[in-house]
Design a protein around this ligand. Sequence first.
Ligand code: ZN
Length: 322
Amino acid sequence: MRYDDSPQPSESAEPADASAPAGPAVRPWYARRSTLVVGVAALAPACLAGWVLTQVLTGAGAGAGSGSGDAARPGRHDAKAAAAPATPSEEPASAPAKGPLAGKTVVVDPGHNTGNFKHTDEIDQQVDIGTNLKECDTTGTTTNSGYMEAEFTFDVSLRLRKALEAQGAKVVLTHEGDRPWGPCIDERARIGNEAKADAVVSVHADGVSAGNRGYHVILPARVKGGDADTSPIVGPSRTLGERIASNFARTTGSDPANYLGSGTGLVVRDDLGGLNLSTRPKVFIECGNMRDAKDAAQLTSPEWRQKAAQGIADGIVAFLGG
Ligand code: ZN
């Protein structure tokens, strides 16, 4: 979440976290703007106060975040590719991948970054998403117990990569969890474009009021402006999103979101840089609501996250003709 500019009532409704830890303390309260005011009064680290002020001034949620790409550290993927030539003999390094996704490239975008909340100046910088300017990235949300959306998205993305590679795909992550912040949303989109991805999925979880439950897939609206022109991808992205939604529902047993999308589990948006700047079929998936206790119990479960990753992978296989 947080790429969502809409109000997030759950956050203001949330009780102050009395257990705000002292050490890595920041964790529990960084995402609670409204309770931050209280928290800061109690804890009062000057630097945090500055950050809070920034948050207040920039408006709740400063939700830029379409959380889309990261300049795919070329090195990372190159490392894997380079490993093959390094062992030229024996194993036929050139053996073509097998499986329904052989020859396909999928870009997986883990939304946000666990370090974003420590780098608010950087992630608040404006980037051009074609239709307008928007924040580079956002912090993402957390469960009430402090499990970060960025932890969730990265974990699911790793599982998803494994599942896709098992089907023969070449998989590129927009970041590998080793960057201090970001990448910015325009960079996240660029990674998918430059990889000439056959499909791109940005993994997220929402942060709205308790009682709002379920998953939804976000599809690109038709937009045109600056570097943004989604007309070629609107159709295929919808198909991709429908395939992912139905398979995600099947593997997780989750219902479509009960708070938007009219029960379809599908939502079209024109304000996400990660979608607006994409030239490849791309969707976001909000796997559940981290602020709802029942959804959070699922999102924090490794077993459930595996089901979630499998559902997304199955949807991509279905989309790519597997
Ligand atoms: Zn998010």
